[in-house]
Design a binder for this molecule. Structure first.
Ligand code: NDP
Length: 488
């Protein structure tokens, strides 16, 4: 069991109140760590440290080349500590080892990607009508509050920190109170790499106190939030306090559309991965399967036949590909949706309960669950469950599939399976979602923009768009005529 402190102004500190929170392994209930329980007062200290570092400190005038090199160091340090981060992510949020390995590798690559981009930030020159020289320059936004959820603790922190720092901002990161360990370990890496004090601050504490302060405080210039849509709305409202720049990465109820001309075997595999990767605790999870009626029965039978291949257990155990849900409270929420599905009259094909056996007794496990004959109006077809629950809705025509796919308040992700590439393009072109796949599902690239339409968010992370989100734009007009203007 490790006792952590949090990082404010280059110092490792306790919460002002002295309070701590226990962090436990969701697969076993084992106590993993104690972390400071920050409240709004601690957040204010972190904001002041970031403000000082930005307004007085050297960071924004540090040459981009140097900022980039520091980010390369962070990337290398993550890879040097690969096994440690993998184990920490498995224990902290319950994911299987194989998935944690992808997350840690992706995080290292993301720091490297933005380390490279630091030197590619550039402005423009314009030929303005009266012959002055006009420049467009890009500058960091300033102090950025960054709030991340529990499902990909290291990766979500990275997606926010890397572009913000490459662009020259100072940050206060708040991980979820459930999964704070990898963010705090990352803090040590930033210190060891030589980031000036106050450039990176990491506070641990509940959203209601510490998180809210980051969204509300007028000394914060930008708030970047990843989490549920309900919380996102609150963050956005609080950010109006000083008209903060806002980026929101929110929830989804993402459709996977399977046409009868698909590569059947491959589509079955991807559909299971779409729904059940990371226990379904994925914003982009393909949790609504729209399958053409002509293959509906055969497709669903094959899904159910393959579900037993999904081995549940502690993510560190050999062969485990599905871990527990992050907390008992979240498991209760997922189970309540399973009950709602049954009560609404959907047909439970498999799962729907906790797995039996000694190894599952202390963990928050729920079996992979598939509901068939789901009506588009049912709550399990409309609301984000954020667990291993797949809702199957049959359709007849392409038009019907598109209409069903778009019949959601969300617009984060979507997938289409068809051997007809013309149809694939045609259908994706009509889907209102920011992240889409044809004939696969889930692969994510640091080079590609991540974010949603509709109530799935505002703005994009990753890629060039990700660094744009942390840059201000300034025009500089240089008058070249020494003669007085003679206006009056
Ligand atoms: P929450 O919205 O509950 O929390 C997200 C973060 O916000 C946590 O750090 C939380 O702190 C904090 N928070 C809670 N209340 C407030 C508040 N009033 N003001 C400021 N911050 C607050 O989401 P979950 O952690 O439950 O994560 C699951 C959600 O995240 C899902 O809806 C999922 O779709 C979404 N998500 C979206 C992604 C995307 O890219 N679009 C990616 C990953 C997840 P604490 O937990 O400490 O209370």
């Amino acid at each position: 069991m490790k006792e952590y402190k949090m990082l404010i102004g280059g110092e490792w500190v306790s919460a002002k109140s002295g309070q701590t929170r226990d962090v436990t392994d969701p697969a076993s209930g084992e106590l993993l760590a104690k972390v400071p329980e920050a409240n709004a007062d601690d957040a204010k200290l972190a904001i002041a440290a970031a403000r000082k570092a930005f307004d007085e400190g050297p960071w924004r005038s540090t040459p981009a080349l140097e900022r980039g090199k520091l980010l390369f160091k962070v990337s290398k340090a993550i890879m040097d500590n690969f096994d440690k981060f993998v184990e920490m992510e498995v224990r902290d949020c319950g994911k299987p080892r194989r998935e944690a390995e992808f997350d840690v590798g992706d995080a290292a690559n993301c720091f490297e990607y933005y380390g490279g981009l630091a030197t590619k930030i550039h402005g423009q020159t314009m030929n303005t009508p009266d012959g002055s020289v006009s420049l467009i320059v890009r500058e960091p936004i300033g102090v950025c509050g960054q709030i991340v959820p529990w499902n990909y603790p290291l990766l979500m922190s990275t997606w926010k920190l890397a572009p913000a720092l490459a662009a020259g901002n100072c940050v206060i990161l708040k991980p979820s109170e459930l999964t704070p360990m990898s963010a705090l370990e990352l803090g040590q890496i930033f210190m060891d790499a030589g980031f000036p004090p106050g450039v990176v601050n990491i506070i641990t504490g509940p959203g209601a106190g510490a998180g809210e302060e980051l969204a509300t405080n007028p000394k914060v210039d930008k708030v970047a939030f990843t989490g549920g849509t309900v919380t996102g709305k609150k963050v956005m409202q609080n950010a109006t306090n000083n008209i903060k720049n806002v980026t929101l990465e929110l929830g989804g109820k993402n459709p996977v559309i399977v046409f009868d001309d698909c590569n059947f075997d491959s589509a079955v595999d991807w559909t299971l991965f779409a729904a059940f990767a990371n226990q379904g605790e994925v914003c982009s999870a393909g949790s609504r399967l729209l399958v053409q009626k002509s293959i509906h029965r055969k497709f669903v039978d094959e899904l159910v036949k393959r579900v037993p291949r999904i081995k549940l257990g502690h993510g560190l155990n050999e062969g485990v590909v599905m871990g527990p849900l992050v907390s008992a409270a979240h498991r209760d929420k997922v189970e309540s949706y399973i009950k709602i599905g049954i009560d609404e009259g959907a047909k439970l094909l498999c799962g729907g309960k906790r797995p039996e056996g000694k190894e599952f007794e202390k963990g928050n496990f729920v079996e992979p669950t598939i509901f068939d004959d789901v009506k588009p109006s049912m709550r399990i077809a409309r609301e984000e469950i954020f667990g291993p629950v797949l809702s199957v809705i049959p359709f007849e025509t392409e038009e019907e599939a598109i209409a069903l796919a778009n019949d959601s308040e969300y617009g984060l992700a979507a997938g289409v399976f068809t051997s007809n590439i013309t149809r694939g393009h045609r259908v994706i072109g009509k889907i209102r979602a920011g992240i889409t796949w044809i004939n696969n599902y889930h692969p994510t690239y640091n080079e590609m923009p991540w974010g949603g339409y509709k109530q799935s968010g505002i703005g994009r992370e990753l890629g060039l768009f990700g660094i744009e989100a942390y840059l201000e734009t300034k025009q500089i007009n240089i008058w070249l005529d020494d003669n007085p203007v003679g206006w009056y």
